[in-house]
Structures are given as C-alpha cells and as structure tokens.
Design a protein around this ligand. Structure first.
Ligand SMILES: Nc1ncnc2c1ncn2[C@@H]1O[C@H](COP(=O)(O)OP(=O)(O)OP(=O)(O)O)[C@@H](O)[C@H]1O
Ligand SMILES: [Mg+2]
Length: 575
C-alpha cells in the first residue's frame, strides 16, 4: 500500500494518526529545496509536485497535475524525459541524469535529476519519484572556471613559447657577441703587430742606411789599398780580412733593408713555378738526404710580378728554416697553387698565387709564433741563426704587395703560406743585353753628387784610379750650378737618391732638360721605394745598392759612358 494514496480510504481511528504522519511528510516534501515530482507509472502523468518545483518551472501545480510532459515541452525533449522514466521503471532502480536542460517560464535551466521507481508490495513499479536540483548557476560558474583555466593554460603556453624564443635569441646574441669580441681582439693583435713591425722596420732601415755609408767607405778604401802596388803582402792579408768582414756586414744590412722594405726591387713578370723548378737542385742539396723534399706545382703557370732574386730568397729562407725544424728525418713540401683571397674591405676577391712551405718538424708554440718575423728573433743556438731570415721574407713579401701567414703547433710541424697577387701582364723573354764596350783612350768625365763626404771621396778615388775625371758636388743645387755652366763636359752623372733639400731624381729631371740622353747612375743604401721605383726602375736608369763592390761602381760607370758615346756618335760628332 502506498502512503500517499491511502488518505481516501483510511478508517477514522487511523485517520488522525495517518494525517499527522502525512502532514509531517507533506511538510518535508514541500520544504525540500529541490523540485520533487511524482508521475504515475502508466501514463507518466504528474500526480504530485512540490513548491520548489512550482518555483523552478514558474507554474502552479494546478496547471501541472494530471498532465504529462507532452503538454509542456517540445517533442524531442519529451522523448528523452520519457526514455529515462521508462528506463527507471523497467530497471526498478535509481537512474541519475547528471545534467539535462529544460525550458521554463524563467528561461532555460539546467537540472541534475534522480529518478526512483516506487514499487507496490508485489514489487511492481507504480509511481516514479523525481528529484531535480537546479544546477544552472553552478554549471555557469563551473563553465566560467573551465574557460578561465583554459585561458590561463593558453597564456602559459604562449608565454613559455615567447620565453624560449627570447632565450634562443639571447643565446644567439651572446654567441654573436663572443665572435665579434674574438674578431676584434684578433684585429687588435694584428694592428699591434703591424705597428711593432713598422717601428722595428724604421729602426732597422735607419741603422742599415748609416752602416751602408760606412761600409761603402771601408770597402772603397780597402779596394784602393789592395790595388796599390806599394801595399806589402802582410798588409794585403789583413786588408783581405777587413774586406771579408765588411762583406758579411753588408749582407746583414741588405737583410735589414729587405725587412724594412727599403731595398730596391727589380720587379718583373715571372712564373713562380719556373723559379721553384730552377731552385730544386739547390734545395735538395741544402736539406740533405734524410729529409724528403716534395715539390707540387700548379698546373697553370703561376704568374706574379716580383723581383726574382728576392722571391728566391723567400723560398730559400723558408726551406732552410723547415730543414732546421725537421732535423733527423721528415718531410718538406713546397707547393704552388692558385687561390682566390676575399678582400673584405673592397667586397670582392683577388686572384693570388700561393707559395706554401710545409714541414713535419718540431713546430712552434704560441709565444714563438708571435715573434718569428721580428728581426734578430731566433731560438737557434749562437752562431746557427741570426734571426733575420723571416724578417727578410716578411719585408720582401710586403714590398711585393703580398701577405704571409703561418700555422703551426708544437710537435706537429709548420706551414708558411705566401700570397702574391697574380699579374695580368705577360711573361716576357728578356732581350739579350747589348754588348757595351768601353771606349779606349777616351777620358770619362763624371759629375759625382753625394752629400756624405766620406762616401763621396771614396767614390771619387775609386773612379779616379780608373782614369776618370771626377767633379764633386755635395748637394743637388751645387751639381746643377756646375752642370749648367758646362753641360757637355760630363758623360755620366753618379748621384745619391735621398739628399737634403732636393732628391736625386728631381735634380736629374732638371739635368735632362739641359742634356737629354744624359746617362745617370744612382747609388743609395736607403731608398724610399716609391721614389726609386719611379725614378730608376721605370725610367731605365742604372742603380747601385750601397755598400757596393768597388769594381761594380767602376764597371757600371764605364758601361754608361760607352752607351753615351755610342749615342752621341750616332747622332753626330761630339763637340
Ligand atoms: N719551419 C719552422 N718550424 C719551427 N720553427 C720555425 C720555423 N721557421 C722559423 N721558426 C722559428 O722562427 C725563428 C726565426 O726564424 P728566422 O728564419 O727569422 O731566423 P733563424 O732561422 O733563427 O735565423 P736565420 O734565418 O737568420 O739564420 C727560428 O729561430 C725558429 O724558432
Ligand atoms: Mg731562418
């Protein structure tokens, strides 16, 4: 028997008790703050409804009782309600619906509903009890929370990505910065090195200049004494020793000049491969038998414009150093090749010939490597090295418009690379030198211009001893005055290059105006490369490097005089 359907047929005695119980139950039913409804199992029509249900749906229960879902809600929704109702009744147990929407007079609401079958004594479902909680607000809050969480998560993802991007940029910046600092440090080192070499070069050049003048005087007087019939044999021996020492000193100053880039070069177009080939035999002899020499030449001719004697010196010095480094067996490789060297400043690249000399010797540590091009830097024992080899190489390469680099590690050998610009000019075969005959019985007359008194007098003595007439001028102005008065008196002018007040070449320009075809011999121990190059090499004058071998001076003046005589006999008799 079901409690709520009992009121109609309850006996009076029980009625009071029942109605009290029913009133109590009613009060509970009415006051529960969730919608409670009862449907009959047959039609699913509403048979009871509480106050919370009225408030939720916005309808009085009078409008609901006896009606079914069909009377209030759209068919597809009704179908879902009915399906759950039937499921509950058929299953005979509680069914929970977590959330379901329902259209009410107050708008769309969300419910969490529990449906419970009410069975009779025989266990047959008679009614369906429904309890629905209005979860609309809760759901909104929950959804809001979800959205916020998603947003937060999204933001975290974005920030993380941003941070890792920034981190990457930062680490890239740090790397770039490190590279830049490294490059800066390197270029500062190079600059410092270049300045140091420049300063040492100036000093070396200055010393060489003064020494050359002194050596010219020494060798000049020694030569004079040696050719003097009155000199005794004992003195002759002593003088020969002096002469030898002077010759050695002259070799030293020549190397210093090479380093300070102040020697006179006679650049010509040459094939580096031919030079290496020609030197080959000598190199092999030089390095001995227990060292293997390998020569690898570029397939194409390696054309450069340089002084062949100087380039030979470069190769020799590098190979001798390599030999000293591989003492006791090893390999030396001399190689030529064509390489493009990029020129950052000019935004392009330059075609170069590269000469490389590699050895499998002892190598160098950082400290040694930093100083090898300094003059007089040597690690060799006394008497074995002067430390001028690489200084000379450095000067020659620089003066020839090239660069030199070295890579080496202690115990792992060394490689020297010399880069020289490829020339576009063509290789020329030298025309054979014209035979020059000294006119016999003809007095040669020389104008000698030299500001160094000692050099001037030794040169005069040397020339006079060979029956020449010498007029001295101690500076260009004086020379001009003498020459102007009697231009036809002189066959040859012998002049220093650098003199106070006016340079030798500037003076010669004026002399040439007075006497075109005048023969000139320059002599100098200290030469400004550009000046000499322009005034001497390019114009075909003859140059004598101080300190000179006395006989060389005489021979050259004689040759010039012969050429002058040939010229004037070709253009008419001399007055
Ligand atoms: N191929 C090489 N391997 C190892 N060390 C070298 C090599 N070339 C040069 N050096 C080092 O550089 C120093 C200077 O060389 P450099 O040619 O200027 O002078 P040197 O050979 O000592 O003397 P010099 O050449 O005047 O007889 C050498 O003493 C040596 O320490
Ligand atoms: Mg050397």
């Amino acid at each position: 028997m079901l409690a709520h359907s009992a009121d109609e047929c309850a006996p009076a005695a029980e009625l009071h008790g029942l109605s009290q119980a029913e009133a109590f139950l009613d009060a509970i039913f009415e006051n529960i703050p969730h919608m409670i409804f009862v449907k009959d199992a047959e039609r699913l029509a509403f048979s009871r409804f509480n106050r919370a249900g009225e408030e939720l749906l916005g309808m009085p229960r009078s409008a609901l009782l006896g009606k079914t879902d069909h009377d209030f809600w759209p068919p597809d929704q009704v179908e879902q309600f009915v399906q759950k109702d039937r499921e509950t009744l058929a299953g005979g147990k509680l069914v929970e619906i977590d959330e379901e929407p329902i259209q009410t007079a107050r708008g769309l609401r969300w419910l969490r509903t529990k449906k419970i079958p009410l069975l009779d004594a025989a266990g047959v479902p008679r009614f369906l009890l429904g309890i629905s909680e209005d979860i609309t607000e809760k759901k909104q809050i929950y959804e809001e929370l979800l959205r916020t969480r998603e947003e937060l998560e999204q933001r975290v993802i974005e920030r993380t990505a941003q941070l890792s991007r920034l981190n990457e940029e930062l680490s890239q910046e740090v790397t770039e910065r490190k590279h830049a600092e490294e490059a800066l440090r390197k270029s500062e080192d190079q600059l410092r090195h270049a300045h140091k070499m420049e300063a040492v070069g100036l000093l070396a050049g200055g010393v060489a200049h003064d020494f050359n003048n002194l050596l010219t005087v020494i060798t000049g007087y020694v030569a004079t004494l040696l050719s003097d019939g009155g000199t005794s044999p004992a003195m002759r021996d002593d003088l020969t020793q002096v002469s030898r020492a002077a010759e050695q000193a002259a070799t030293l100053t020549r190397q210093l000049l090479a380093f300070s880039r102040r020697q006179v070069l006679n650049p010509e177009v040459l094939d580096l491969n031919l030079i290496i080939t020609d030197l080959g035999k000598m190199l092999r002899r030089l390095i001995g038998e227990d060292i293997h020499l390998q020569v690898r030449l570029s397939a194409r001719p390696a054309l450069i414009k340089a002084d062949p004697g100087q380039i030979e010196q470069v190769i020799l010095n590098l190979v001798v150093n390599a030999r000293d480094a591989v003492e006791g067996g090893g390999q030396i490789t001399v190689e030529s090749s064509h390489v493009e060297v990029s020129e950052p400043g000019r935004g392009g690249s330059r075609a170069n010939v590269m000469l490389s000399v590699r050895d499998t010797g002892q190598g160098m540590d950082e400290e040694t490597r930093a100083r090898i091009f300094e003059p007089f830097f040597t690690t060799k024992e006394r008497g074995r090295g002067t430390g001028l080899g690489l200084a000379t190489v450095y000067g020659i390469v620089q003066q020839s418009g090239g660069t030199i680099s070295v890579s080496s590690e202690l115990g792992f050998g060394s490689t020297f690379k010399v880069y020289l610009p490829v020339t576009r000019e063509e290789l020329r075969l030298e025309p054979p030198l014209a035979e020059s005959a000294v006119p016999v019985g003809c007095l040669i007359s020389v104008l000698l211009v030299e500001d160094e008194e000692m050099v001037r007098s030794v040169a005069r003595r040397l020339l006079e001893r060979h029956s020449m007439r010498v007029v001295e001028a101690e500076n260009p102005q004086q020379a001009l005055a003498i020459f102007r008065a009697r231009p036809d008196d002189f066959d040859v002018v012998v002049s220093d290059v650098v003199m106070p007040g006016m340079s030798g070449p500037a003076m010669v320009d004026e002399l040439l105006l007075l006497k075109p075809g005048l023969k000139v011999l320059y002599m100098s121990g200290y030469t400004n490369n550009a000046l000499v190059h322009q005034a001497v090499t390019e114009r075909g004058f003859v140059f004598l490097q101080k300190p000179f071998v006395p006989s060389e001076l005489v021979r050259k003046v004689q040759e010039l005089a012969a050429a002058a005589a040939a010229l004037s006999s070709g253009s008419g008799p001399r007055s």
